[in-house]
Design a protein around this ligand. Structure first.
Ligand SMILES: [Zn+2]
Length: 378
């Protein structure tokens, strides 16, 4: 995710832990529970590096020793959206920032995107392996933005795959983003904390919370960050198959970034769209092209997906693709309106459909980018 602008806020690391186990009734149930517990303890213990034990590890340990249909992390929530198919959605206060997912292929598991930090990615790997009972074999990076690939260092023993275009962008624009994060984020965090403390109302504070989380997790993760580039690339489509499921990776050019990949499950009609879809939050337009994005949205609609996992926001439906089209059209219309200056146009001018959308800080750069885009076309 790209950050820009002058405002910032402060995130609290909220550890929303649930009770570690539930009361069982029969002896058989208790034995099954005990076996699961012991097996999970062993798996979890094997994931801990004794030289680098973090406080949160114990929180995760405490709450993930029970059933396979539940995983608790301070960074994300896990949602079963199909048999063997899971969405991992950023949790406020956590260090995921973006959404990710994982899919059981039968004898191996595929992870789609790796969050912004190894701190959250460790939990993602744990969730993927505990809940599918298979090792992670493939990791996909949808695009080069920090919140979709900085957890790669947790998966270096797997095959990390992206598009050729994204690999190139990771070395160029991704490196620029890392330089910006390294040099600018500490200052931005302080600025946003000050704004948070000075905010007069709940709505203003809520607008800042996500960005406080964003800057805080970048600062927390940079000292141990190792950028791990994908070893495998593809151009247009790639099929990956296991004994129980076949999935497709499809690439699109120039929409959200120069290159974006999605994960498509044709049987289940589930698509992981990363940042080609934002649900209930403003998308970020300036790293791509509005025309290409609109065309890409039409191609994605033609796939016929029923369940859509966005890069940000809750799991969506087809209507959310229509809203994304409507959003880009609305920004384009506002940008083309020569009767009003930039200062007079606010997110409220987008219309009723978008009035409660999060990430309103993206609106101004989106509008400015669209103005430049339109003037470049004339
Ligand atoms: Zn992005």
């Amino acid at each position: 995710m790209h950050f820009f602008g002058d405002q910032v806020l402060w995130g609290q690391q909220v550890h929303n832990l649930e009770p570690a186990y539930e009361k069982k009734t029969s002896l058989k149930q208790r034995l099954v529970y005990l076996q699961t517990l012991l097996s999970n303890i062993i798996k979890l213990a094997c994931t801990i590096d004794p030289n680098n034990v973090e406080e949160q590890v114990f929180g995760v340990l405490a709450v993930n020793l029970t059933k396979k249909d539940r995983f608790i992390s301070p960074h994300f929530t896990v949602h079963r959206i199909g048999e063997g198919v899971f969405a991992a959605l950023h949790k406020p206060g956590g260090g995921a920032i973006a959404n990710a997912g994982f899919v059981d292929l039968g004898d191996r598991t595929l992870v789609f995107d790796t969050f912004i930090s190894h701190l959250a990615a460790k939990d993602l790997r744990l969730a993927a392996e505990l809940m599918t009972d298979n090792p992670v074999a493939y990791v996909i990076n949808s695009h080069y933005h920090n919140d979709h690939m900085r957890g790669n260092q947790v998966f270096t023993d797997t095959e990390i795959i992206t598009t050729q275009g994204t690999l190139e962008l990771m070395h160029t624009a991704g490196q620029e983003e890392l330089d910006w994060d390294t040099n600018q984020v500490p200052l931005r965090l302080e600025e946003y904390k000050a704004q948070y403390l000075a905010a007069q109302d709940e709505a203003s504070r809520n607008r800042l919370i996500f960005w406080l989380d964003y800057f805080q997790v970048i600062i927390d993760s940079l000292p141990a960050l190792k950028i791990c580039y994908p070893q495998q690339t593809f151009e247009e489509r790639l099929t990956l198959a296991g004994p129980i499921r076949q999935v497709e990776l499809i690439s699109y050019e120039g929409a959200h970034t120069g290159s974006d990949a999605i994960l498509w499950l044709p049987e289940e009609k589930i698509a992981f769209l990363a940042d080609l879809l934002f649900v209930q939050c403003h998308p970020f337009l300036p790293d791509g092209s509005p025309d290409a994005w609109l065309e890409t949205l039409e191609k994605i609609k033609a796939l016929g997906a029923k369940t859509l996992v966005p890069g940000h926001g809750p799991v969506g439906r087809r209507k959310d693709l229509d809203l994304m089209t409507k959003y880009i059209d609305a920004v384009s219309k506002l940008a083309g309106d020569k009767t009003s200056s930039g200062d007079q146009i606010t997110p409220a001018h987008l219309g009723e459909s978008f009035k409660d959308w999060d990430f309103s800080l993206f609106f101004t750069p989106n509008l400015e980018f669209m103005r430049q885009w339109l003037s470049g076309r004339q």
